[in-house]
Write a protein of this length. Sequence first.
Length: 246
Amino acid sequence: MRTTKNRNRGARGGCAIAEPVRVRCPACRREHLYAPAVLPCACGAPVAPPLRRGAAAEAVSARTWADDWVTLRCPMCGRRDRWPHPELGCDCGTVLRVPVHSDQAPAPAHIPLPRTAPTPRPAFQPVAIRTARDAVTAVALYLRWLGYRDVRRADQRPSSGIGLAAQGVIAQVEPSVRPATVRDVECLWLQAMTESAAAVFFSLAGYADPARTRADELGVPLFVLDLAGVPQPLNSPADELIASGA
């Protein structure tokens, strides 16, 4: 029997350990002992998806946005947020999706505009990018177009690129020819968490593959800047941000 355990330290310093359950592979009938990863909420409290004991695991044959994420409620602050749906790789090669109790139905593949939005936003008016300053200007205009006000330089300078901030959001602009890395994405996410804000990344040269994977896991919207100054969404969190706005 294979054992998979995850021990993660919450942002407040407490160690949270999720209770493991037995998971049987429907393909080879091999049994595993599995505990889901514990991840920090924006408030700092550790959150782990509650596993459904006795429910049969499903073999992952095709992926959709709705199936890959589950909505959970933080037991400390009550915040509802999306978390990666727990999965387990069996030795036979089958990827198993472990059943969980969701706080509400998973987010749909297409995120419509909120019902409260009176009218769609007007078309974004870009500025051409020729310099790093142009890239920052383009991102600032785009954040205002999304609904964020008082966009300014971030107080905390990122390890690379340029930081922008507004109420409820921390953005990083990477105007160089270097693709953004996993460390870039994780550092931005951690900074946003400490300020209880959303994290958004804009890059002129794109992202390394591991950085894209990590951003999807953390729910960080990724945008690529074209030379016309129009940010192009690169993952589902970015599509959702465009649809919902600030």
